[in-house]
Design a protein around this ligand. Structure first.
Ligand SMILES: *Cc1c(COP(=O)(O)O)cnc(C)c1O
Length: 406
């Protein structure tokens, strides 16, 4: 039985919500696969994927099934008790990766918070208080808690909130010499996104990640890969570290892991995990049965040769057409990225105008993303139908044509 709800509109946002977001003018109310419908019944194609989250599109039957089955059984017990979906999910992640141990939480920021706290704890236990420095990269993004904005390499997110977490430095991304110059025996961890997502879809060079691994080993520092955006099939491998063949000590995952249900995970080795002994860290909801039941279903579908190979094939389909559109309308200087995390770099003439492209696409019934002001980002479902890719890119081409002739 459904209860009659009061009508709401986009204008309500400005009256009752904290103004830290600027959502689009329409309100999505329903989704199926890679299509979304708004309040007026208008249909849009979704190449945004809820910011690299809706890894199986909207209302995927396997995820709806897992969620409703679990919803009828057990929602929450806290970590005073463990639960079956959490244990099954941990087994799956451990079996599929370098890791021996999993810690569950509710978001990417929390997964990184756990990763950074673990790295500092390990260094503290093994070497003493002086070994606490974290090296991150310029323009990196690791979340919005105070620790994660302090580690993140974008001062606009960390300035103006009082004293930051100290002992953190930032070196240019993909610059091994800069990392070499900064790292020392006081370094407890180096944290890298295998592809910088938020700041423009910038993939790491293989040699950079390999070199970072060697430098960390030399200085007894831990290598942390923030795979919140690149993980769970996005690159065509289950995790990007497998694509690159460089193994971290700690890995953070979130976004696609829950396919739209909030969950985060920190993965690590047994040797490191033991430093987070009983009582050192925790969260009430972490490993929640509903979230873990959905994540189990996500992994069952995504971690298959068909879906992962499909990501690489769909990358080619996107890239070829986007390069063509970019050239024809003088919009893009480069189309980059791996798998279904694709960034189109705007030409000098369109620099700073990613928002205009976003708006033009929306008018044609297409949801895309920005990655900073100079890059248009695509992070669709990994199982987006080829027909939806083609139709969505037709809409994108119409948007590009109208935008550039205006
Ligand atoms: C989105 C993102 C985060 C933060 O995740 P939240 O779930 O928003 O806290 C951290 N790191 C990277 C690389 C991300 O893309």
């Amino acid at each position: 039985m459904s209860v009659e709800q009061a009508p709401v509109q986009r204008a309500d946002f400005d009256q009752v919500m904290v103004p830290n977001y600027a959502p689009a003018a329409f309100i999505p109310v329903r989704g199926a696969g890679s299509r979304v419908w708004d309040q007026s019944g208008r249909e849009l194609i979704d190449f945004a994927g809820g910011i690299a989250v809706n890894v199986l599109g909207h209302a995927h039957p396997a995820l709806v099934g897992a969620l409703t089955e679990q919803a009828n059984k057990l929602w929450h017990v806290s970590n005073v008790f463990t639960n079956e979906p959490a244990l099954r999910l941990a087994h799956k992640l451990v079996d599929a990766t370098f890791a021996d141990r999993a810690f569950f939480c509710n978001s990417g920021a929390e997964a990184n918070e756990a990763a950074f706290k673990l790295a500092r704890r390990v260094a503290h236990d093994r070497f003493g208080a002086q070994k606490h420095e974290i090296i991150a990269t310029v323009n990196s993004f690791h979340g919005r808690t105070l620790f994660t904005v302090s580690v993140g390499g974008q001062p606009k997110y960390s300035d103006g909130f009082g004293p930051k977490i100290t002992g953190i430095s930032h070196v240019p991304y993909n610059d091994l010499e800069a990392l070499k110059a900064q790292i020392s025996d006081k370094t407890c961890a180096v944290v890298i996104e295998p592809i910088q997502g938020e700041s423009g879809v910038v993939p790491a060079d293989v040699a950079y990640l390999q070199g970072a691994r060697e430098l960390c080993d030399k200085h007894n520092a831990l290598l942390i890969f923030d795979e919140v955006q690149t993980g769970v099939g996005r690159t065509g491998s289950l995790f990007a570290y497998q694509h690159y063949g460089v193994t971290p000590d700690i890995l953070s995952s979130a976004k696609s892991l829950g396919g739209g249900f909030p969950i985060g995970a920190m993965l690590t080795t047994e040797d490191l995990a033991k430093h987070l002994a009983v009582g050192t860290h925790g969260t009430t909801y972490g490993g929640n049965p509903l979230a873990c039941a959905v994540a189990n279903a996500v992994l069952d579908v995504v971690n298959t040769p068909e879906v992962l190979a499909g990501v690489t094939a769909k990358h080619q389909r996107f890239k070829a057409r986007l390069e063509k559109i970019g050239q024809q309308y003088g919009l893009f200087s480069q189309v980059r990225g791996i798998g279904l995390l694709i960034g189109c770099v705007l030409t000098d003439a369109w620099k700073g105008k990613a928002k205009d492209v976003f708006n033009a696409a929306e008018k044609e019934g297409l949801m895309v993303l920005q990655a900073g002001p100079d890059v248009v980002r695509f992070a669709p479902s990994l199982v987006v139908e080829d027909a939806d890719i083609d139709e969505g890119l037709d809409r994108f081409e119409r948007a590009a044509a109208k935008l550039t002739q205006a």
